[in-house]
Design a protein around this ligand. Structure first.
Ligand SMILES: Cc1cc2nc3c(=O)[nH]c(=O)nc-3n(C[C@H](O)[C@H](O)[C@H](O)COP(=O)(O)OP(=O)(O)OC[C@H]3O[C@@H](n4cnc5c(N)ncnc54)[C@H](O)[C@@H]3O)c2cc1C
Length: 278
């Protein structure tokens, strides 16, 4: 496990951008040095335990202070005080005011991240681990891109579309609860979006099956519920003939499990496959 920056960020504002999505903006002393000009920046947010105003974090630069890496320092915090940690995407960073925006899906059965977001207000503090370019997975080089995911992938999809140059082509399939969750994307590229609505019984896999792949050398980026991502990847590689190396994929969450639960055998097999392809 490599070392990552550990810092505190403070809520500057909360905006409901759709019935099930909150955009929370954060300020933080370390943000200016941590934010990079690239899409799909991933980090972990650390939420306070009950009774804590501020989460207890491994000390900044824990590697130097303790001679061990951040995750070991994190695990060394006694469990009742250890912050609850979940993965998120930097939706945007505005260097003028120094504000980072993160979009939180308010999903059913929400855990600590969703509960925290619903109650968040200006001045509230969370911890942040990363982001770091050491963990960045560059998009496969291509003329045309297929992006597919659920609402939790919308922030990353938004940043990827914003980064595409004029002349690029992207086909986007996104599963959301209903039409009220649709978002607008800014992009210089030629973008076709297919919204998949759960309230109408539509399925992301069906949408991708029927989507025309962008012309030219095609590649895909997939994220969302792990089982769905696996099925999408299998379809693209086995039925549509995309090379494995042209499909970037990430299971963002697991049905009935949280990021506190140990990886399943399937998760481990998947991680080995990703590592072998890296
Ligand atoms: C690299 C990466 C980037 C991510 N970026 C974002 C982001 O920018 N915004 C964002 O909202 N999420 C993002 N996610 C997903 C987010 O980390 C998970 O949804 C996380 O589980 C939410 O934590 P929680 O505490 O609300 O729920 P948990 O305590 O983790 O889970 C509680 C229950 O809710 C279910 N659940 C978890 N997530 C979802 C979901 N999205 N939809 C439906 N049910 C769910 C679980 O199966 C479990 O039963 C990202 C994940 C990864 C790995």
């Amino acid at each position: 496990m490599r070392s990552l920056a550990v810092s505190y960020v403070r809520v500057a504002g909360v905006e409901r951008i759709s019935p099930r999505m909150l955009r929370i903006t954060f300020s933080g002393d370390a943000l200016a040095s941590l934010m990079e000009d690239r899409p799909d920046q991933q980090m972990k947010l650390c939420f306070p335990r009950r009774g804590q105003d501020v989460p207890r974090l491994p000390e900044p630069h824990a590697e130097d202070a303790y001679g061990m890496r951040w995750y070991e320092a994190y695990l060394a915090i006694p469990e009742p005080e250890r912050p609850l940690m979940r993965s998120f995407t930097v939706r945007s960073y505005d260097p003028g005011p120094g504000l980072m925006a993160v979009d939180f899906v308010l999903h059913d059965g929400g855990g600590p991240a969703t509960r925290w977001a619903c109650a968040a207000g200006p001045g509230d503090v969370v911890g942040m681990v990363g982001p770091s370019s050491a963990y960045a997975r560059p998009l496969p080089g291509t003329e045309g891109l297929l992006l597919a995911g659920d609402a939790s992938a919308l922030p990353a999809i938004g940043t990827i579309l914003e980064s595409l140059p004029a002349g690029a082509r992207a086909t986007v399939c996104v599963e959301v609860a209903d039409a009220a969750e649709e978002q607008r994307f800014d992009s210089a590229a030629e973008v076709t979006v297919r919204w998949v609505h759960r309230d109408r019984g539509e399925s992301l896999l069906d949408a991708v099956r029927s989507a025309a792949l962008p012309e030219g050398s095609a590649a895909a980026w997939l994220a969302g519920e792990a089982g769905t991502v696996r099925a999408l990847r299998r379809h693209l590689v086995e039925e549509r003939g995309l090379p494995r190396s042209a499909v970037e994929f990430s299971g963002y969450w697991r049905r009935a499990l949280t990021q506190d639960d140990a990886p399943t055998e399937e998760d481990l097999a998947w991680a080995r496959e990703r590592a072998a392809e890296a």
